[in-house]
Write a protein that binds this ligand. Structure first.
Ligand code: G
Ligand code: G
Ligand code: MN
Ligand code: NA
Length: 254
């Protein structure tokens, strides 16, 4: 793991990049959007995954700095794609400290105003179920402010945070992302299959979209479709890839 100082230097040296992982409708194979995932192109250690640096930043100012960089970079990329005639729905992971920050929605608004041509409804914020629940009284109004700006909200790693139904009813969200641990084992583990069925029923009851992450094989895709889950993301569909490869993937592969 890298130190706070090394990460700061990497950020100052513009060594961070966003990769993009496609989301598709598994029934029609239509491209539905992508998730931005941060990577560190380290000059000596190669391409580093978030596990090598995100946990180090947790609770520090640097977590907010990196988060702000991700948002700015993602919007700049959406603008670049827009200029190419490719309006790409994009979701971005927002950390607990970011979403709990009282100024978050205002900062987001300022950034969105910088990119007036980017359709706001194409931006989705992925909030960890656990970080929304940790401080629900203060996070709910922030989520409402974000939604009022026109962006959509997804609860990430859903199923791992024990949302009570009462909380789920109050949270102003659009989409549940089924945690990949349930998807990975759903073909062998009937408990995980039941959890997925439960999440799909919840989504129907609350009129929420739902997407399965960690779709690694065609068999996972088929099972999910059979259960009524149409949206999927995972290595079996495509791995996270650089921005230029995503537009090529969307235009060639489908
Ligand atoms: O990309 P990868 O699967 O290695 O991501 C590992 C973890 O890091 C996941 O939990 C993912 O949500 C998180 N992550 C990836 N990119 C970002 C980011 O830009 N911001 C935040 N807060 N988390 C991210
Ligand atoms: O927590 P979040 O959903 O944001 O994490 C996404 C992470 O999951 C990224 O690190 C991404 O690289 C990884 N990922 C995406 N698809 C798959 C998959 O099919 N299998 C596994 N094991 N990881 C995946
Ligand atoms: Mn995510
Ligand atoms: Na997730």
């Amino acid at each position: 793991q890298q130190s706070l100082r090394e990460i700061t230097q990497g950020l100052d040296a513009s060594e961070f990049v966003l990769f993009y992982q496609p989301k598709i409708n598994m029934q029609t194979c239509a491209f539905e959007g992508a998730e931005a995932l941060i990577r560190w192109q380290h000059p000596e250690r190669g391409l580093l995954s978030p596990a090598a640096f995100l946990p180090v930043t947790e609770g520090h100012q640097l977590e907010l700095r990196l988060g702000a960089w991700v948002l700015r970079q993602a919007l700049a990329q959406m603008q670049a794609w827009h200029d190419m005639g490719f309006d790409c729905p994009l979701s971005i992971n927002i950390s607990a400290q970011q979403i709990q920050h009282p100024e978050f929605a205002q900062a987001l608004k300022t950034l969105l105003d910088t990119y007036p041509e980017v359709p706001k409804q194409m931006l989705q914020l992925e909030i960890l179920e656990t970080s929304a629940l940790a401080d629900i009284e203060s996070v709910t109004p922030i989520l409402q402010q974000c939604r009022a700006l026109g962006v959509s909200l997804a609860l990430d790693d859903f199923g791992t945070g024990y949302s009570s139904l009462a909380y789920l009813k109050r949270l102003p969200i659009d989409c549940l992302k089924i945690d990949q641990s349930f998807v990975r084992d759903m073909l062998q583990d009937s408990d995980d299959l039941s959890i997925i069925q439960g999440i799909l029923s919840l989504a129907r009851a609350f009129h929420l979209h739902v997407i399965a992450e960690g779709v690694e094989t065609a068999a996972h895709g088929r099972q999910l479709l059979q259960l009524g889950c149409h949206l999927g993301q995972g290595y079996g569909i495509a791995r996270p890839m650089p921005a230029d490869q995503l537009s090529a993937w969307v235009h060639n592969d489908l």
